[in-house]
Design a protein around this ligand. Structure first.
Ligand code: M6R
Length: 609
């Protein structure tokens, strides 16, 4: 949550800051601000609202200078307001600080600082950093920042500029991401890679407990004791175009359409073309180690948690391993009973979700083996897990997760098959058939996407609903949850996902003629029972939108609307079924005039607990 961008070089900093912040806006968008240094003075502009508001303000009164830092905020401490926007300053306005994270002991620090005469202008936790650095400054900004972080508890990615040290950006990281990009005679600073992809593909990842000094001449990284550290430069292979909208109205729509290719990239190199053998380069576990696993725990948040639920079905079915799925925030604090034979699989698009990271730490502390299924290369969770499997979906910018979800399902499917093979639960020929089914999925998804117009029309009929139910059985249940989450986060329509069989135990009371009920009714073991649920909804006047398998003409006589997906093996139907529900949510949100890529109150990566 919150995005930081910085620039130091030979050009004017402001255009870079604005452009970078716009790319980071998905991380928070309730206020924004920038600060530069020119002529030995700090120049600062900030305001509540989206970055476009800040741009308008800057158009009236631009900032100049070849060094600058910027921030887009998702409020934690202090409501969105001009005063609470970053950057924050010290009493004499000699320095400016931007911060992502939470300073947990800020209240006691604020009392102490106020007692020593410091004046506070905001109700944020961040402002204490500015005043502490002010107090600790004795001619060297790096030392002042280092001394300051000795006093604070919590998480931070911070960047500081000071008129006393006007050719430096000092940055520090603990718990929130910060990446330095190396350009030609210029350096960039960002909370994520896509925001600076346009300018450079050479990056340095700051680790927890590291500080860096960025100057026009280069960057130096230090540990907390002030000892310089030699850092590796990573080369990012993402195409800069992947962080642009590419002609689509919204990132969400673009990312929905990218799914066939994203899945092709997820599979590429992991299935041997002739033998159909599965191979994950990044997975450091040997077959012997895999055989020692007697239990699997998926841990994640939000959409990634829904992918974990599908994982539970797949690992039980293909690998016959006892599998559980845990909300990361619950798992990490619950004294989970796990040991060296437990495999904890953390699923996360961003690799920065605070609770999922905490769950990985907890799992490792208990001696479990950890794997991250992650999209963002080099992210914290990817680096803190024993092994990582990247989903290769490319940058996902829309706050509503789409391609990350279907590529997570792709990885989980392959991983479950791999464990099934190693454990000799599924035969070579079964595995070959199931892998062939996966290889065919991208083409089938392309077919689903051709139905976009029809789905948009159906969305047009239901966009005024205020409540909705999503029901599914078996692997349709997690998709019901995911469909409901997509709808509520982008359209603000109340949507509940339920196991279809549970409907009779309560939610059925909600059904009337105004209640759209989306029912996952694709082919599979539970199909007939789902038909029964459709009858029950219809008998109570509800309106049914069914997700069914092509060729199922009969269902059209029961349901009010049908969205068809191509036939595939039951284990892959959820992946296909998720996509029409994404499109449905998108068009409903559009009809309601919602901000699809930046829904209210949300942020793309939730880096606070
Ligand atoms: O980056 P992560 O996958 O760890 O994020 C987890 C959730 O915050 C995320 O899936 C969230 O629920 C999405 N907005 C859903 O579309």
């Amino acid at each position: 949550m919150c995005g930081i961008f910085g620039y130091i070089g030979r050009k004017e900093a402001l255009p870079f800051l604005i452009e970078g912040l716009k790319k980071l806006e998905y991380r928070g968008y309730d206020s924004a601000g920038v600060a530069t240094i020119k002529g030995g003075k700090i120049q600062l502009s900030k305001c509540v609202g989206k970055i476009s508001f800040l741009e308008d303000k800057l158009a009236q009164k631009p900032l100049t200078g070849k060094i600058g830092i910027g921030h887009t905020r998702w409020a934690t401490h202090g409501q969105p307001s001009d005063e609470n926007s970053h950057p924050h300053q010290d009493c004499k306005s000699e320095l400016a600080v931007v911060h992502n994270g939470i300073i947990e002991n800020y209240q006691e620090l604020k009392i102490q600082l106020s007692g020593r005469g410091h004046r506070f202008l905001s109700s944020t936790d961040t402002e204490v950093l500015a005043h502490l650095i002010e107090e600790n400054y004795q001619g060297d900004l790096l030392s002042a920042v280092r001394k300051t972080i000795e006093t604070v508890r919590g998480t931070y990615a911070m960047a500081v500029i000071s008129k006393s040290d006007p050719k430096k950006i000092v940055v520090a990281r603990s718990g929130s991401p910060l990446i330095i990009g190396l350009g030609e005679n210029e350096l960039f600073l960002s909370s994520d890679i896509p925001a600076m992809l346009k300018y450079t593909s050479r990056v340095i990842y700051l680790e927890n407990g590291e500080l860096a000094v960025m100057t026009p001449g280069g960057v130096k990284v230090f540990d907390l004791k002030g000892k310089e550290i030699a850092k590796e430069i990573d080369l990012i292979s993402w195409d800069p175009e992947s962080a642009e909208k590419g002609g689509y109205a919204h990132f969400m729509l673009k990312e929905i359409h990218e799914q066939p290719n994203a899945i092709r990239k997820t599979i590429a190199g992991r299935i041997q073309p002739d033998s159909h053998k599965i191979h994950f380069d990044e997975l450091t576990m040997t077959k012997e180690e895999m055989r020692t696993i007697n239990r699997v725990v998926f841990t994640a948040c939000g959409t990634s948690w829904h992918a974990g639920l599908i994982g539970e079905y797949l690992f039980e079915q293909f690998a016959r391993l006892p599998t559980e799925v845990e909300y990361a925030a619950e798992f990490r604090y619950r004294h989970p009973i796990i040991d060296k034979n437990t495999l904890v699989i953390a699923i996360t698009q961003s690799g920065e979700t605070a609770d999922t990271l905490g769950a990985v730490w907890e799992a490792r502390a208990q001696g479990a083996k950890t794997i991250a299924i992650c999209n963002v290369v080099g992210s914290t969770i990817a680096r803190e897990s024993d092994g990582v499997i990247y989903t290769n979906a490319g940058p996902e910018i829309g706050v509503a997760s789409t391609k990350a979800f279907t590529t997570q399902l792709t990885v989980i499917y392959l991983l479950a098959l791999l464990f099934g093979k190693v454990r000799e639960i599924i035969s070579e020929s079964e595995a070959t058939k199931l892998i062939q089914d996966l290889i065919e999925i991208p083409d089938k998804l392309e077919k689903v996407l051709l139905g976009e117009e029809g789905i948009a029309k159906i969305a047009g009929k239901f966009y005024q609903a205020t409540n909705s139910l999503y029901l599914g059985r078996g692997k349709g249940f997690p998709i019901a949850l995911e469909g409901a989450l997509k709808l509520k986060e982008v359209s603000y329509i109340h949507a509940e996902g339920y196991p279809a069989a549970e409907m009779k135990h309560g939610p059925i009371a909600l059904i009337d003629k105004n209640m759209p009920v989306v029912i996952l009714a694709f082919a599979g073991r539970r199909y007939e029972k789902v038909l029964g649920n459709i009858e029950e909804v219809k008998a109570r006047g509800g309106q049914v939108i069914a997700i069914a398998t092509e060729g199922d003409d009969a269902i059209a006589r029961q349901a009010d609307e049908v969205l068809y997906i191509p036939n595939t093996t039951e284990a892959l139907s959820p992946l296909l079924a998720a996509v029409p529900l994404q499109i449905f949510a998108y068009y409903i949100a559009l009809k309601r005039g919602c901000h699809v890529d930046q829904p209210r109150n949300l942020a793309k990566s939730v880096t606070v607990e």
